[in-house]
Design a protein around this ligand. Structure first.
Ligand SMILES: *Cc1c(COP(=O)(O)O)cnc(C)c1O
Length: 384
């Protein structure tokens, strides 16, 4: 009693767990019934079309096996090669930076600004000028809409254009977010989306590459399917990858697209819930949009903690939640502080480092119910 895996799964409140809408299995069944059990088929095409329609711009989408694959192919399509430098937001998940190293290129990390927690335009321009003065113009810029919060898209774009450097937009956490009415995923020369199990919608594992040209999409699909030349035998004049999304996974994606808007609303309700819990507490700040230009999907709701005022550290709060089987997690540890990346160039101050020290992500799933909310609220009420 009480130790069966079912019981544990029932009572654990996760940070962000898969939330099925109901129709996913119908699309998957259709794939079985028609024997489209392959990394291509009607669900892949349908899922791509659903995403293109949702982003509401003239974009072309290639469904891939992961967001990381989309970033990797994105860098290749932007012409990044061994020995090049690529600028990357430091405050992010390692998958934003890893593909730079897959290619033998060098990441150059940039600190965040305090309003959106994303790439600081001032530090970005400092870095570009300094890298150019050292003899190397960066080949691409990877800004991230972290936790679903849009980065300062206008400012980053104008700097990128000034130095003629393309943007690879990491929109893995920001499907449904927008800035000045324009959807995240449409700001970059190329963008990456993720449908990993913890994201706002999931295909159990998957991603997509977004571009503004049909040719780039076609090239992405070509590279993602082993770069096979047009010949009856297997002929290759480029290195290829096996990165296409399966028709089974894409079926899950089509079902998830039917509930995406609902998931966005529910994630934003979770964020409102946290704002209401902490509204009279000046030791805890809920991270929110700086102004009405920004619309976050609030993939994860995050707080920062003034532990002097609260009398509790971030880690003490995390452990209190864990005791009640409630998952929470420190904010992303910046890349320039990671053992594997610490020797690469870094520009900026201590904004992301301070966020890492004081911040916590709270359970944010679209599938959390009132009982879950009450359990979370009770833990915090003990502190106040
Ligand atoms: C999830 C995520 C990725 C990688 O996506 P996968 O589909 O898990 O490969 C990249 N960048 C960020 C910011 C992410 O959160």
């Amino acid at each position: 009693m009480g130790t069966k895996i079912e019981d544990i799964l029932k009572t654990k409140i996760w940070l962000s767990s898969p939330h099925m809408g109901g129709n996913e299995q119908n699309y998957v069944k259709e794939a079985f019934d028609t024997n489209w059990v392959a990394p291509l088929g009607p669900n892949v095409t349908g899922f791509e079309q659903d995403l293109e329609k949702f982003l509401n711009e003239d974009v072309h989408i290639a469904a891939l096996s992961s967001g990381t694959a989309a970033l990797h192919l994105g860098l290749i399509l932007l012409g990044v090669k061994a020995g090049d430098e690529v600028i990357c937001q430091s405050f992010t998940f390692s998958a934003s930076a890893n593909p730079i190293v897959y290619l033998g290129a060098t990441p150059v990390f940039i600190d965040s600004e305090i309003e959106t927690w994303n790439m600081c335009p001032v530090a970005l321009e400092d870095a570009i000028k300094d890298r150019i003065s050292k003899g190397k113009t960066p080949k691409a810029i990877i800004p991230v809409h972290l936790y679903g919060m849009p980065y300062k898209a206008d400012e980053i774009r104008s700097i990128a254009n000034k130095y003629n450097i393309p943007i690879l937009e990491d929109s893995a956490e920001a499907l449904g977010s927008h800035y000045k009415g324009k959807m995240c995923g449409t700001f970059g020369d190329i963008a990456a989306l993720s449908f990993n199990g913890n994201k706002i919608i999931t295909t159990s594992g998957g991603g997509a590459l977004v571009s503004h040209s049909k040719e780039i999409k076609e090239k992405a699909v070509f590279l993602a399917t082993q770069a096979r030349d047009n010949a009856p035998h297997y002929q290759h004049s480029e290195i290829g990858y096996n990165y296409r999304l399966s028709n089974i996974s894409a079926g899950i994606g089509r079902g998830q697209m039917e509930v995406l808007q609902k998931h966005i609303n529910l994630r934003r309700e979770m964020h409102d819930f946290y704002k209401s819990i902490f509204k009279d507490n000046d030791a805890i700040t809920v991270f929110q949009e700086p102004n009405s230009d920004y619309f976050s999907n609030h993939w994860l709701s995050c707080i920062t903690i003034n532990s002097d005022k609260l009398g509790k550290s971030r880690e003490e709060i995390r452990l209190e939640l864990e005791k009640e089987n409630i998952e929470s997690r420190p904010l992303w540890k910046p890349m320039h502080l990671q053992p594997i990346f610490k020797d690469y160039p870094y520009y900026g101050g201590k904004i992301s480092e301070t966020l890492f020290e004081t911040g916590l992500c709270l359970p944010s799933g679209s599938n959390l119910n009132n009982d879950d909310k009450n359990r979370i609220k009770e833990v915090f009420q003990r502190f106040f």
